[in-house]
Design a binder for this molecule. Structure first.
Ligand code: TYD
Ligand code: MG
Length: 457
């Protein structure tokens, strides 16, 4: 007989309680406790649902005695995806991909499943029917005869399918739709998500087959379900982008087998996702005439250098309070930079509306973009275009000084590669910089006034 037990879970943080509580003692959220029935059943469920058998006795070994082989990684044949994973899919790893609905998670993983060579892939979908997946695969147009599709939501069934198909890679489309029989709450609840993730982890670790899970994201941008899920898995990847633009960025938030500063860039097209190997080219908008108010910044996203275009529009405020608006850039940082221009450099921007936009719909957190923001604002204010052959990479301090930034060499190399002729950097960045290595002219500045004089004088 199954023994039933009721546990209350906080749907926000996953805290447990034996009775209902109005306020979660762990995360402080109100009214988040939900009753979930946990059935401890000894004979139903697959072998992965139960605790791992204690047959294999573990034994401590000296670290140098432990052997491993280099080719424990499976190449997915998608260079951007491999890069984010740190060079391929590690055998026996559990990868979680999160992202907003409609961003392209299912498309990305179906594409990877179709692209991967000489590996049997089982794509389990709890969200779409087999026909719908086939239709999507038709759009992507990749011939493949090693990809199996199944529409299923019970883990016990999924493990049975795995036993018959014997795949090398398993993809599960949305962990929130999958449920296990050993717990009686509905799919998507905290205890279901946790239990299913644990079952897949046990399966991956025991068999060495990597499992990729898709996860939904909540309104505030965190992965739905408790943080616990992120602790269980080996890699957490985030797929993001502005839905109105075609660009998508795959970021690594946690990676036990690689660096988290790598990122992959894709473009959503009518025939699936295209890998973008050279991001600078798509982020720089093309225009023939010199336009005032645009400046190019050499930024870094993770470890990847790329050139992006900053656009500013400064105009006299018509209605009382001047407006400040920023897209893709921190508004408070913009206010700070405007205050620096006003106080330290004497530009009267207090009565002007300032609008700032980062082209391409991407968000930039790199402080090295400051100098490009300042020069684009000045350029728009004076209505004097900047040369299309100039780019900028420096942070601005509160006293109007041009401050050094990290990894200046890779930024200069990228600017040179794209074909810029001058790059403005901080004077304090040039220590140890071998300028003879570059063909691009490197302009060193210490203050905004120096930059201003060089550009507009
Ligand atoms: P999808 O992968 O279903 O998103 P998710 O699984 O993250 O919810 O992506 C759906 C969007 O992608 C949808 O708006 C249509 C678009 N899309 C394309 O533009 N081209 C394509 O080839 C495909 C398959 C989808
Ligand atoms: Mg989907």
């Amino acid at each position: 007989m199954a023994k039933q037990k009721v546990i209350y879970y906080c749907q926000n943080c996953g805290a447990q309680s034996s009775s209902w509580l109005g306020k979660c003692p762990q995360c402080g959220s109100w009214n988040s406790f939900v009753e979930e029935v946990v059935k401890h059943d000894s004979d139903s469920g697959s072998q992965w649902s139960k605790k791992a058998p204690a047959a294999q006795q573990s034994k401590p070994k000296l670290i140098k005695e432990i052997t491993y082989s280099e080719e424990e990684r499976i190449s997915t044949c998608c260079a951007e995806f491999d890069r984010v994973l740190g060079g391929g899919l590690v055998k026996g790893s559990l990868v979680l991909i999160g992202g907003e609905p409609g961003i392209g998670k299912s498309t990305l993983l179906l594409q990877v499943a179709l692209l991967v060579q000489n590996q049997k892939v089982l794509y389990v979908s709890g969200e779409e029917s087999e026909q719908q997946i086939r239709m999507r695969a038709e759009r992507i147009h990749k011939d493949n005869d090693t990809c199996y599709i199944v529409s299923e939501t019970s883990t016990q069934q999924i493990f049975q399918h795995i036993e018959t198909v014997k795949p090398d890679i398993v993809v599960v489309d949305s962990i929130q739709t999958i449920s296990t029989d050993s717990i009686e709450s509905s799919a998507g609840s905290i205890s279901q998500i946790r239990e299913c993730t644990t079952e897949f982890q046990r399966f991956a670790k025991t068999t060495g087959v990597p499992v990729i899970l898709i996860g939904h994201i909540t309104k505030d941008g965190s992965l739905a379900g408790p943080k616990i899920m992120e602790h269980i898995v080996d890699c957490v990847l985030q797929f993001e982008g502005d839905r109105n633009y075609g660009y998508r960025i795959l970021r690594s938030m946690k990676n036990r087998f690689g660096s988290t500063s790598e990122l992959g860039i894709f473009e959503m097209q009518s025939s699936g996702l295209r890998e973008v190997a050279n991001p600078s080219e798509i982020l720089l908008s093309q225009h023939d005439a010199d336009l005032s108010g645009t400046a190019i910044s050499a930024t870094l996203e993770g470890m990847r250098p790329m050139l992006i275009e900053v656009q500013a529009l400064v105009s006299s405020a018509v209605y009382g309070t001047p407006q400040r608006s920023a897209t893709g850039f921190d508004l408070r940082r913009l206010s700070m930079l405007l205050a620096v221009l006003e106080k330290r450099c004497g530009f009267k921007l207090g009565a002007k509306d300032v609008f700032l936009n980062i082209a391409g719909g991407i968000k930039v957190y790199d402080p090295a973009i400051d100098l490009a923001v300042v020069t684009s604002v000045l350029s728009s204010n004076l209505d004097m275009p900047l040369s299309q052959k100039d780019c900028f990479a420096a942070e601005i301090g509160l006293s109007g000084e041009v401050r050094p930034i990290n990894r200046i060499e890779s930024r200069i190399s990228e600017a040179q590669k794209i074909g810029f002729e001058r790059i403005f950097i901080s004077k304090y960045n040039s220590k140890g910089l071998d300028k003879s290595r570059y063909n691009i002219e490197i302009v060193e500045c210490a203050t905004i006034e120096q930059v201003f004089r060089k550009l507009f004088a």
